[in-house]
Design a protein around this ligand. Structure first.
Ligand SMILES: Cc1cc2nc3c(=O)[nH]c(=O)nc-3n(C[C@H](O)[C@H](O)[C@H](O)COP(=O)(O)O)c2cc1C
Ligand code: SF4
Ligand code: SF4
Length: 292
């Protein structure tokens, strides 16, 4: 009988979904059956939470050094297990070790439930907030992501174990930052939404918000205090009618996963942004990208 895996993923703006799809393709080309499931569909009852697979993968973006609430909610719903094997993958805008502790709460909760998290991994992707990456860096990260996906898929098929190194002081520091971001940062950001007259009340943002944070009250959009800063509403409004008072974290030209996919396949884009001569912020990307 064929091996069958499930991949459950959550993705605010499409990066983690893209990696989940690439992993699924890689497994399928190795003759493994894959059930690829969006965690949001499970949470609203559009998809089943089924755990009867040989291996289960769970993927999430890194949001302020940890996994988003949506994913933690999903883990709470998972039934107890007697050692079912789980692998984790996360996407982040930065490949550095500062993100290594991002799945730590998930690992703890899954272990308490009896799962065996045998593999943890991080894939750097274009950042969807704060800093807009140039096309040549986007292409370089996606080229590397392709290699990383192939490596991760082979490791999982071979049941190789891997845990990310988490320094205790970094774990404590990032936990603190995450705590303050969730308690104060996201609610403050949530109060900063502004809707322009271009809004035609199409309802897309209301339907797609993963936190059910947007409602329509008397013909007007209303943002509650549950924003999880996924950025989806800001970047996906067809009228570009949503902005936020805290502009510095929002990419000026938006973030489009379709544009990321276009860049991935555009042969005219070099993909050599980071080199051995790179100095400044992106220098530390070199090691991840395999540059001496
Ligand atoms: C509010 C917010 C916080 C973020 N925090 C981090 C972070 O702590 N570390 C990091 O490397 N990237 C961070 N990022 C960047 C995302 O992790 C990255 O772009 C990710 O691939 C987005 O995945 P998605 O498109 O599946 O949502 C953050 C993005 C947002 C919107
Ligand atoms: S997606 Fe844009 S146009 Fe549609 S309701 Fe939301 S803000 Fe208005
Ligand atoms: S309000 Fe917008 S940014 Fe906040 S969780 Fe909903 S879709 Fe994401």
């Amino acid at each position: 009988m064929k091996n069958s895996y499930a991949i459950y993923y959550y993705s605010g703006t499409g990066n983690t979904k893209l990696i989940a799809e690439m992993l699924a393709e890689s497994f399928m080309s190795n003759d493994i059956e894959i059930n690829l499931v969006d965690i949001e569909d499970v949470l609203v009852g559009r998809a089943e939470l089924e755990v009867a697979y040989n291996v289960i993968g769970i993927g999430h973006p890194v949001i302020s050094f940890r996994a988003p609430k949506v994913v933690r909610k999903f883990i709470k719903l998972m039934p107890a297990s007697a050692g079912k094997k789980i692998f984790l993958f996360k996407t982040a805008g930065d490949p550095s070790k500062i993100n290594n502790a991002a799945s730590i709460q998930l690992i703890e909760h899954l272990t308490e439930k009896g799962y065996h998290v045998f593999y943890d991994s991080l894939i750097a992707m274009p950042s969807n907030f704060f800093i807009s990456y140039r096309p040549s860096l986007i292409k370089q990260l996606l080229n590397r992501a392709e290699q990383r996906v192939a490596e991760i898929a082979q490791d999982i098929i071979n049941m190789k174990s891997k845990q990310l190194v988490v320094k205790p002081w970094l774990k404590a520091l990032t936990q603190k930052i995450h705590f303050y971001e969730e308690k104060y940062g996201a609610p403050t950001f949530g109060k900063g939404f502004q809707i322009s007259e271009a809004c035609n009340l199409c309802g897309l943002c209301v339907e797609k918000c993963p936190a059910q944070n947007i409602t329509v009250e008397s013909g007007q959009l209303d943002f509650e205090d549950r924003c999880e800063m996924c950025m989806r509403c800001l970047y996906n409004c067809p009228q570009r009618a949503i902005s936020n008072r805290y502009k510095f974290v929002v990419l000026k030209d938006g973030y489009s996963i379709n544009e990321i996919k276009r860049i991935r396949h555009d042969d005219q884009i070099s993909g050599d942004y980071v080199t051995s001569k790179t100095r400044g912020y992106f220098k530390h990307f070199g090691k991840y990208l395999g540059i001496d």
